[in-house]
Design a protein around this ligand. Structure first.
Ligand code: OGA
Ligand code: NI
Length: 368
């Protein structure tokens, strides 16, 4: 399977302090707007790979979780929804969340203000560049240009939203919109995490307590994928799983996200105004692999700008989660994970190349 990490790939680099400073690069936004651009520079060209093979035209839709039933005071409705949530985590690792209560205008405003950010001059955006992968505000292109051999057709803005809230000062309305949006999204995340906990047969607050969710690290990742003249040769983001517990993603009306399901890439067409939720590596760790973080990637197109905004929710920065002991009771050879603080895990992922589930593999089976 082309999507698993190639065997014999070099070990991850745990240290950041010695990594070279990122090269100064043009944004893909500026590149895509170069007059008469009809082909892409070779640094963006991927050799034909199975990632570009035809995508499954499965009729099986991605599961949908009705959030209003998850928080219902009717115990039957709630337990039925928790069972559906458990099935969605087991079968797909990805699901849509409807009736979540976050106003449509708030989601639209968040997308628009991110669009405005990307439309600032290169100099203005450059003020948000950041130097270290754990800097709370970081603007850039590709994933990690200091190690990406081929660049991704993507610009990004990453901002820590919790426990301390950060915002670029430009556009001026960014702060207020992001503050509201990140708070509301955390509320949705917390209920889903409780539901996931229960669906595993754990107490509803188990994951919350084990990961110190009060102080959860919440990171906003705004992605810009401008039109690309040769979309079949470029990639927006490679196959990867997300760090953390739960990612909640919204996008403008352009598709581009693909999820690996039963060994096939599936194009995701979200229901308008829903969240696209996916479980991250730390749910896989906590659940002892009962629920697995799922590979996904972003492809690009030659017509429309795509904007997606992912809110990644992880344990507290200093929390090191491990499998819930109750889930290990009948397991003969429990998996071990090298204890690692969440912030160290994020640092590991962000300072290497984005490569499937290489970070999770890196810490697995090393504890004993
Ligand atoms: C991410 C991600 C997918 C997308 O930011 O981690 O997977 O559709 N984004 O932009
Ligand atoms: Ni992702």
């Amino acid at each position: 399977m082309a999507t698993t990490a190639p065997t014999g790939s070099p070990p991850l680099q745990p240290s950041l302090t010695h990594s070279p400073p990122p090269r100064k690069l043009t944004s893909v936004k500026a590149l895509s707007e170069s007059p008469g651009l009809s082909s892409i520079p070779s640094i963006y060209t991927f050799p034909k790979q199975p990632n570009h093979e035809p995508v499954s035209d499965t009729k099986e839709p991605i599961p949908t979780i009705d959030f209003s039933l998850l928080i219902s005071s009717n115990p039957d409705e709630r337990s039925k929804t928790i069972r559906e949530l458990g099935k969605a985590c087991r079968d797909w690792g990805f699901f849509m969340v409807t009736n979540h209560g976050v106003p449509e205008r708030m989601m639209k405003a968040m997308i628009e203000v991110c669009r405005e950010f990307f439309e600032l001059t290169e100099e203005e955006k450059g003020e948000c560049e950041g130097k270290h992968v754990l800097d709370p505000i970081r603007y850039g292109t590709s994933f990690n240009p200091s190690v990406d051999k081929i660049l991704y057709w993507r610009d990004y803005l990453k901002i820590f939203q919790h426990p301390a809230f950060h915002s670029p000062s430009n556009p001026p309305s960014f702060r207020e919109i992001a503050l509201d949006y990140s708070k509301r999204t955390r509320g949705v995340m917390k209920e889903i995490v409780r539901g996931i906990s229960e669906s595993l047969g754990l107490e509803d607050k188990y994951i919350e307590k084990a990961s110190n969710l009060e102080n959860c690290l919440q990171i906003m990742i705004a992605n810009l994928y401008p039109p690309c003249p040769q979309p079949e040769l470029a990639m927006g983001l490679p196959a990867h799983s997300d760090h953390g517990l739960l990612t909640l993603l919204i996008q403008n009306d352009t598709v581009g996200l693909q999820v690996l399901h039963k060994d096939k890439w599936v194009n995701i067409h979200p229901i308008p105004n829903s969240f696209l939720a996916n479980i991250g590596d730390h749910i896989e760790i906590l659940s002892h692999g009962k629920y697995k973080s799922v590979l996904h990637q972003a492809v690009v197109n030659d017509r429309d700008v795509r904007i997606s905004i992912a809110l990644a929710h992880g344990p507290a920065a200093d929390a090191a989660v491990s499998p819930a002991p109750m889930l290990l009771e009948d397991v003969q050879n429990p998996l071990a994970y090298q204890a690692m603080k969440y912030k160290e895990y994020v640092e590991l992922q962000q300072s290497n190349k984005l490569d499937g589930k290489s970070c999770l593999e890196h810490i697995r089976n090393r504890g004993i």
